[in-house]
Design a protein around this ligand. Sequence first.
Ligand SMILES: Nc1ncnc2c1ncn2[C@@H]1O[C@H](COP(=O)(O)OP(=O)(O)OP(=O)(O)O)[C@@H](O)[C@H]1O
Ligand SMILES: *[C@@H]1O[C@H](CO)[C@@H](O)[C@H](O)[C@H]1NC(C)=O
Ligand SMILES: *[C@@H]1O[C@H](CO)[C@@H](O)[C@H](O)[C@H]1NC(C)=O
Ligand SMILES: *[C@@H]1O[C@H](CO)[C@@H](O)[C@H](O)[C@H]1NC(C)=O
Length: 360
Amino acid sequence: MISFFLFLPIQILAFTYEQQQQLISDEVDFYLDYNSGNIFDYAFTEMIGQGAFSEVYLGYRVEDQEPVVLKHIKGSKERVVNREIQILKALQGLPNIVQIIDAIKGDEEESDDFFDFGVVDNQNQETPQMEIKKQSHKEGHIEATIIFAYQNTTRCLDDIRKYGNYSLKQVKNYFKQIFTALNKAHELHIMHRDIKGSNVLVDDNDNIILIDWGLSQFYDDGTHQSTKMGTRYYKAPELLLKYKQYDYSIDIWAVGCMLADFIFKTHPLLPGKDNEDQLKKIISMLGTNDLYEYLNKYQIELDLDEIPQVQNRVDFTKLVNIKNQNLVSKEGIDLLEKIFIYDHKLRINASQALEHAFFL
Ligand SMILES: Nc1ncnc2c1ncn2[C@@H]1O[C@H](COP(=O)(O)OP(=O)(O)OP(=O)(O)O)[C@@H](O)[C@H]1O
Ligand SMILES: *[C@@H]1O[C@H](CO)[C@@H](O)[C@H](O)[C@H]1NC(C)=O
Ligand SMILES: *[C@@H]1O[C@H](CO)[C@@H](O)[C@H](O)[C@H]1NC(C)=O
Ligand SMILES: *[C@@H]1O[C@H](CO)[C@@H](O)[C@H](O)[C@H]1NC(C)=O
């Protein structure tokens, strides 16, 4: 009956090729190594976030009062939960990345006792929690709680951008840390796939960590992946063109969108109203000349009702104005130009970006 499991020890080693294949395939079940553990080793204090499939709580480890974050997944495909946990384990000990402490797969009754969800609102209507609750009854869906080391901050990168009082030095510091995190993840063949300001936490000392690896996936040359990934404003052209053999460079594109917002004080840089419009905004920025070359190279079909009549790419120096001139530098523009390239194989990668003059 009691089916909470805790896995130890956590390995820091990268995956073998076979393990990656297993995780990419739909057949992965129990390659995870769980020992018996207990959700009651932890206590929660308050809810700090709610997503479509999970609720996030602040809490602590009972044994030593160590503050933790508990991400309670209320019914998600077992394969997807396993993937998130395995990826978080692979990322253990790496800089600027949220650290997993524990993962507990649980049975519903016991976790209900623990979290004590209020599931009905005053009007006696279904609440989002209720929706979430039901999903765990679905075939192949499970509940799990992932325990993270607590990052003592309430700020994310979006908050800092919104205040607008940052310096170029700070921008360099933030993005160096983001590229550092991505370089390590990409080296382990992991794509984050949902890079955006709200997934970058910033503490009082300007240390950043990348969170929310729930959409992340292993890259495998030749494998087709879903292109319904990421958040619209940050979507790379290959995703919008439904090219399924994309790679780590989708993360780099998303970082470029954030960096441009910081440097030019735009937000969003490319404000698409829907996915089609997002692609049009990209074409308006990068032009059609390079677009057709790109489509030809990868045999991609373009399915748009109207193609923006812009041949050449935008000259980024034209975006300089009185409000952002203290943030724009030759090196910053050069880095953005190396990120904003249709051809994902030619886009600068994380380790190259760290060597770029912008950070020197
Ligand atoms: N390690 C951490 N330390 C402090 N706060 C955290 C930590 N991890 C997550 N949070 C907070 O909890 C929120 C939700 O976390 P996360 O994005 O991982 O969960 P999620 O359910 O996938 O969220 P979303 O649906 O918004 O993507 C974050 O926006 C952040 O404010
Ligand atoms: C977080 O930081 C604040 C201010 O630095 C401090 O007062 C608080 O105790 C910290 N919280 C935790 C859980 O460490
Ligand atoms: C920016 O403004 C916010 C809100 O007023 C403030 O808390 C923060 O200290 C400021 N940061 C800098 C670098 O001045
Ligand atoms: C980036 O590209 C360089 C040069 O092609 C390569 O050696 C390196 O492994 C790549 N790094 C990442 C993180 O993809």
